[in-house]
Design a protein around this ligand. Structure first.
Ligand code: PLP
Length: 385
């Protein structure tokens, strides 16, 4: 009997898929359902970005490009990193990939040897766990305190086998933004102990209130040498379908990741790369517009959730997710989500998919009207329990 590779057989199907499939099935049957599952802005890609893609096509910029991305985009990324993040780098530090997910995979494949450990604060975005496994590494789950990453807890998780620490701030699924002092301590630890710090900054522009994004790579030369920034244009510019992400790391690692990518995907879409140049270099007002809308929705959804019995929802500082605690309903998160969808027609993602049962994740990257409709349905359901 022929069997498939262990590599793919060990991957768990996304726990969100079952809910999503059910949601779509109900939609197609014409049922009145509201979905809070999607992790993408509901806004359209800005017009100037689309125009840049059209212009690239008209100019015949439709061929292979250099594997790690066109110079114009790598320069735009290096300039952005300096301008917005205070990170010194040049195009040679940058590898452009097919989305942030691919950038992350390049990074893990390039630093993790079989059996080496990667520290993953819980709750975590589920892809990290699977990608670490794909890279033959071992995820070491690290607890947080009230959903906040603490340097002390990260330090406790370090062993001689630790190769990398993943920090995702603002965080998917919780929306938490790491405290600056804690991030500084973790960055210092990584540099002193020669551990890579994978800093996933895809939600950096969606931080509300007074907090500001901090990229650890801006904290000093030795820290920068140990930091791999992962970012993408997907969330910032409502460009999830264009598939442009990138890493910024040392030149040595960038070369290795470029070599790896040369045998996997080659360059990302040339047209999407030109669109991303415009996104980064062009006007930034669409980002501010989305941020303002998300902020209003964030406050409304948190208020509505906290008015429901047995639900408590902290106010997230960033991203576009809320992560309420539903444990007082006495149900597991999967059971809660199944029943919420079946009985009330509201699709949300169980916290168990992110290593944190007792919670659910809702994305508020959807219209206020839709949010209010979903909240009404959910409230009725929770009151009926
Ligand atoms: N990192 C986090 C935390 C995410 O939530 C996502 C997408 O959901 C990504 C990275 C990757 O995004 P993309 O591959 O669309 O750039």
């Amino acid at each position: 009997m022929r069997t498939f590779a262990h590599r793919v057989r060990q991957i768990a199907p996304s726990a969100t898929l079952a809910i999503d499939a059910q949601y779509k099935q109900m939609l197609s049957e014409g049922k009145d359902v509201v979905g809070f599952g999607a992790g993408e802005p509901d806004f359209d890609t800005p017009d100037n970005v689309k125009q840049a893609a059209l212009a690239a096509m008209k100019k015949g910029q439709t061929k292979y490009t250099s594997v790690s991305g066109i110079n114009e985009l790598r320069d735009a990324i290096a300039t952005k990193l300096k301008r917005e993040n205070g990170v010194d780098c040049s195009r040679d530090n940058v590898v452009v990939s097919c989305g942030g997910k691919h950038a992350l995979m390049n990074a893990l494949y390039s630093v993790v040897n079989p059996g080496e450990e990667v520290i993953l604060p819980v709750p975590y975005w589920v892809t990290y766990d699977e990608q670490i496994r794909l890279a033959d590494g071992k995820a070491v789950l690290c607890p947080t305190e009230k959903l906040q990453i603490k340097a002390e807890l990260v330090e406790k998780a370090i062993t001689p086998k630790t190769k990398a620490i993943i920090i995702n701030s603002p965080c998917n699924p919780t929306g938490a933004v790491i405290e600056r002092a804690e991030l500084k301590k973790i960055a210092r630890l990584a540099a002193d102990k020669e551990i890579f710090l994978l800093s996933d900054e895809v939600y950096e522009h969606f931080i509300y209130g007074d907090e500001e994004h901090l990229s650890p790579a801006s904290l000093g030369d030795d820290i920068r040498q140990h930091t791999i920034i992962v970012n993408s244009v997907s969330k910032t510019y409502a460009m999830t379908g264009w598939r442009i992400g990138y890493t910024a790391s040392t030149k040595e690692l960038a070369t290795l990741m470029g070599n790896l990518q040369s045998h996997q995907t080659s360059n990302p879409s040339s047209i999407a790369q030109w669109a991303a140049v415009e996104a980064l270099n062009g006007p930034q007002d669409s980002v501010q517009m989305m941020k303002k809308a998300f902020d209003e929705r964030r406050k409304s959804i948190v208020k509505r959730l906290n008015e429901m019995p047995n639900i408590s929802c902290p106010m997230p500082a960033g991203a576009f997710y809320v992560f309420p605690d539903i444990s007082r309903t006495g149900m597991t998160s999967s059971r809660f989500c199944e029943r919420l969808l079946k009985e009330a027609g509201v699709a949300v993602v169980p916290g168990s998919a992110f290593g944190a049962d007792g919670h659910i994740r809702l994305s508020y990257a959807t219209s206020m009207e839709y949010i209010m409709k979903g909240m009404e349905k959910m409230e009725k359901f929770v009151k009926s329990l």
